[in-house]
Design a protein around this ligand. Structure first.
Ligand code: ADP
Ligand code: MG
Length: 344
């Protein structure tokens, strides 16, 4: 009798490892295969960086509260964010769609208005894709292609003991935006006459529905400050989960300082109103599309005065594990709870 294994037994990353265990890279040009934010391909003195992400209706977005234009924009952003996380510049995308007959030409036009807006803002060319039908729902799969320099491409596996942990922007807001949209959806479903009260929550809702990738950091601030991070990852699943990826792949430990994790005060207030701990939203929330990176201590002076970069910890020996130093002075093991997409 053949055995049936539920994919939940392996988890997302366990499943990818399992399915790809026999894949060997055959070309010298395949510099980096599976395992980072993007693959890195070497062609002459230019490095091509390639990444794919798929958004599925009902899993990654809900059309009750995601306008199609914003959704198109976001679908591009989540992909270019992976290119930036390699310290590379996105140049082209391809867009593949599958949709049911529920979607009209006008609806798809809206989606493309958002895709176009993102292409203009991030200065990328839409060079192809695929269009097909689905039995139910909308699927958007985007591949982003970027360009980088060999000595500047930044992997997840370059962090060294003594390096300093840095994070950009502010965290936790996108998750709280989602909580508000879900709450208003429930109210709307039970009483469609009531208009949603999005009131003072504009910032967090904007972070959820129309996120931005850190083009400014990679194209401007980091080159101007004249350093290369030793490792980098974008924050799609929450700070804790991304720090685990860096530590696992670099074979190091880390101490994360709660005091150094940037959370806006208005965002903290919204968390508390939801009876959520703000630091938990930042650590496990996800979808902020900020950058987490490590730097050599020699570059500290260069980073200290950069706009919107926050120092939030240190890389330590692997034997010390991954720990959170709380505001209250306690040190305890960090828990990683990224998004699980294989739920019911
Ligand atoms: P991210 O969170 O940055 O989008 P993922 O978690 O989706 O990255 O993927 C982790 C790594 O596994 C990436 O290198 C990705 O290209 C690779 N990967 C994901 N799914 C598959 C698959 N079905 N087959 C081969 N490689 C995959
Ligand atoms: Mg990524």
């Amino acid at each position: 009798m053949s055995k049936r294994t539920d994919v939940n037994e392996l988890g997302e990353f366990g499943l990818i490892d399992h399915l790809t265990q026999n894949i060997n890279l055959q070309h010298a040009s395949s510099l980096k295969g599976i395992g980072d934010d993007a693959a890195v391909l070497e062609y002459g003195n230019k490095m091509l960086v390639v990444s794919t992400d798929t958004l599925v209706e009902g899993i990654h977005f809900d059309l009750i509260y995601s306008p199609l234009k914003h959704l198109g924009y976001k679908a591009v952003v989540v992909n270019v964010s992976d290119i930036y996380a390699m310290n590379a510049i996105p140049k082209q995308i391809t867009v593949s769609l599958a949709f049911s007959n529920r979607f009209s030409v006008e609806a798809l036009e809206e989606l493309y208005k958002g895709i176009e807006a993102a292409c203009n803002f991030y200065n990328i060319d839409l060079v192809g894709g695929d269009t097909t039908s689905s039995q139910k729902g909308l699927f958007i799969s985007i591949t982003a292609i970027g360009e980088g320099e060999k000595d500047k491409i930044t992997y997840r596996n370059g962090a060294k003991e003594g390096d300093i942990l840095c994070v950009t922007g502010d965290l936790g807001a996108a998750y709280l935006g989602l909580q508000i949209l879900e709450r208003e959806k429930q109210i709307y479903l039970s009483n469609p006459g009531i208009q949603p009260d999005l009131g003072t929550n504009k910032y967090v809702i904007g972070r959820q529905l129309k996120p931005e990738a850190r083009k400014d950091m990679i194209e401007n601030f980091i080159p101007k400050a004249n350093f290369t991070p030793t490792s980098m990852i974008d924050i799609s699943d929450g700070l804790a989960s991304e720090l685990f990826h860096i530590c696992k792949q670099s074979n190091v430990g880390a101490i994360l300082e709660e005091n150094g994790v940037p959370i806006r005060s208005d965002v903290q207030e919204i968390a508390i109103n939801f009876k959520l701990d703000p630091i938990t939203c930042a650590l496990s929330g996800g979808e902020d599309y900020e950058l987490l990176f490590t730097i050599s201590p020699n570059d500290l002076e260069k980073v200290k005065y950069m706009p919107d970069v926050y120092i939030c910890g240190e890389i330590v020996n692997v034997s010390e594990g991954i720990k959170l130093h709380t505001k209250g002075g306690n040190i305890h093991p960090l828990k990683a709870q990224g998004w699980v997409h294989f739920g019911n």
